[in-house]
Every structure is written in structure tokens, then in C-alpha cells.
Design a protein around this ligand. Structure first.
Ligand SMILES: O=P(O)(O)OC[C@H]1O[C@H](OP(=O)(O)OP(=O)(O)O)[C@H](O)[C@@H]1O
Ligand code: HPA
Length: 181
């Protein structure tokens, strides 16, 4: 573990950019294998997944479309609340194979609602790729089919994830130990 000079005081690096890239390459290989003959659409769950989507895309070697859905249940807070729907996908999901792209699988409320939305929209299949999995026992709903890196039960940020609205640009995945829940 290392610290980063210009990040919030006490921030500790959990994963470097190189470690994240390496995991994304592995996840992309699984997606390439599983969706070879499928009409795939990737749905980026804004805002947090924007970096994950952007960084995994060049590693996908299959025809696919992208779109996004914007929901939020944390806002600038460190604890989740009600899910706010800010934008729905513009692409018709009827008959499509949908892969939701998430930055973090935390308590699972967001993912459960998104799966339900896609299924009700007539998708042929709905799966999720989440870059990180927060380790705790407060999960609900189905686990992402493609899971990347394990993170501890603290508020994490960087690589698209915010802390109080900032530092989505942090070059890696970081935590501040005092934010442990
Ligand atoms: O598993 P859950 O407990 O439901 O939390 C996971 C969700 O929380 C985050 O979004 P957030 O509401 O923070 O919005 P953001 O992506 O714009 O930061 C993250 O991007 C996931 O979508
Ligand atoms: O730990 C987290 N960090 C950033 N966004 C999040 N959304 C849910 N949990 C988190």
C-alpha cells in the first residue's frame, strides 16, 4: 500500500492503474468469449462507471453498442439512500443482450433496480460487470456475473468513483481508513 501526495489526507492506494488495467483485460477476455455471437449492448451506469467503460472498451473484440443509464443513490454522501433516476437509455432494449457496466457492487440496491428495469424493457439477457466488490454481508439481489477487484468495507474512490463528489479522476482505487462503516 502507498500514499499519493495530492489526494485527500490519509488516502491509501488499494489498486494502482496497472493492477486495474490488468484486471480489465481479464474481464474483457471473459466478455469476448461469452458474447461472441450475441447482439451485445453495454449500458454504462453513470457517473461512476464512465472510466471502467472507457478503459474496457478497447479490449473488447466483438461488435457491440454502448448506451448509458444515470441513477444515483449516494449523491455526495458516503451512505446510500433512495435511488434517483436521472436518465434512461435511449436504445430500445427489447431482444437485446444487456451488460450493465458498474464501478462498484456495494449493497446491491442499484444493480437490482437496473436489472429489473432492463428485464421489464424486454431484454433477452441482463448481466453485470462490476470493477469492484465491497466486502461485507449487507448485500441484496444477484451478484454481478463479472466481478473484478475486492475492496474492504470502507468508502473507496478513484477510477471513476467519487468521494463527496470529487476525485473520480484519482489514478487508482483509494480508501480513507476513517470512512470504514
Ligand atoms: O450497490 P449499491 O449500494 O446500490 O451502490 C452501488 C452504486 O453506487 C454508486 O453510484 P452513486 O449512487 O454513488 O452514483 P455515482 O455513480 O454518480 O457516483 C455506484 O456507481 C453504483 O452504481
Ligand atoms: O465506496 C464507494 N465509493 C464510491 N461510490 C460508491 N457507491 C457505493 N459505494 C461506494
Amino acid at each position: 500500500m502507498s500514499t499519493h501526495a495530492s489526494l485527500p489526507i490519509g488516502a491509501t492506494c488499494l489498486y494502482t492503474l496497472e493492477e486495474i488495467q490488468s484486471k480489465l483485460v481479464t474481464l474483457a477476455a471473459q466478455v469476448n468469449r461469452d458474447y461472441q455471437d450475441k447482439n451485445l449492448i453495454l449500458l454504462c451506469v453513470m457517473n461512476g462507471a464512465v472510466v471502467t467503460l472507457g478503459q474496457i472498451l478497447p479490449h473488447l473484440q466483438i461488435a457491440c453498442e454502448i448506451d448509458y443509464v444515470h441513477v444515483s443513490r449516494y449523491g455526495d454522501a458516503l451512505q446510500g439512500g433512495e435511488l434517483n433516476w436521472l436518465a434512461r437509455p435511449q436504445t430500445a432494449l427489447q431482444g437485446r443482450h444487456v451488460l450493465l457496466i458498474e464501478d462498484i457492487y456495494d449493497e446491491g440496491y442499484t444493480l437490482t433496480a437496473l436489472r429489473q428495469f432492463c428485464e421489464q424493457s424486454g431484454a433477452d439477457s441482463v448481466r453485470c460487470l462490476a470493477l469492484t466488490n465491497k466486502q461485507h454481508q449487507r448485500k441484496q439481489g444477484a451478484t454481478p456475473e463479472y466481478l473484478g477487484l475486492e475492496v474492504p468495507d470502507s468508502y473507496v474512490f478513484g477510477f471513476g468513483m467519487d468521494i463527496r463528489g470529487y476525485w473520480r479522476n484519482a489514478p487508482g482505487i483509494f480508501m480513507i481508513p476513517e470512512t470504514a462503516t
